[in-house]
Design a protein around this ligand. Structure first.
Ligand code: NI
Length: 154
């Protein structure tokens, strides 16, 4: 088995916040990441597929096609967006790197031949990343918010 990885980048804002927590608990759990107006990251996304090289092409996957797929189903939707508000498939999801891995997996997996997707890895900084190999996991979805509540800000 050979593993082939496409690495790509996007920039986005997010706020870590659980709407079922009190303000104090959100502050306590998420600390600076709970900042009301959100904050930005230059994310790195790595998607690894596995398989055997096609004897005619030498490719496990045509990386041009993987690049185009990732742009269509992930990058075009998240780049320069606010992950809490602007992304259809993230509505109501707390946008940690862990949850982004799972959500991105769900975006990609059904568009590849069965079993080909091996790993999704998301870095939100040089130091912090998560990786996901597709084991069953349930990510809660809270009621989606679509904009800042300015009453809450004052
Ligand atoms: Ni953050």
């Amino acid at each position: 088995m050979i593993f082939v990885t496409r690495k790509t980048h996007f920039s986005a804002a997010h706020r870590l916040y659980n709407p079922t927590f009190s303000d104090e608990r959100n502050e306590d759990v998420f600390d600076k990441c709970n900042n009301f107006w959100g904050h930005g990251h230059n994310y790195v996304l790595e998607v690894t597929v596995k398989g055997l090289p096609d004897p005619d092409t030498g490719y496990v996957i045509d990386l041009k096609k993987l690049k185009a797929l990732l742009e269509e189903v992930i990058i075009d939707k998240v780049d320069h967006r606010h992950l809490n508000f602007d992304v259809d498939f993230l509505q109501g999801v707390i946008p940690t790197v862990e949850n982004l891995c799972v959500a991105f997996w769900q975006q990609v997996e059904h568009r590849l031949p069965s079993g080909e997707l091996h790993c999704i890895r998301v870095f939100e900084s040089e130091s912090n990343s998560a990786e996901y190999f597709g084991a069953p996991v349930s990510v809660p979805r809270y009621p989606a918010t679509h904009a800042y509540n300015l009453q809450e800000a004052v």
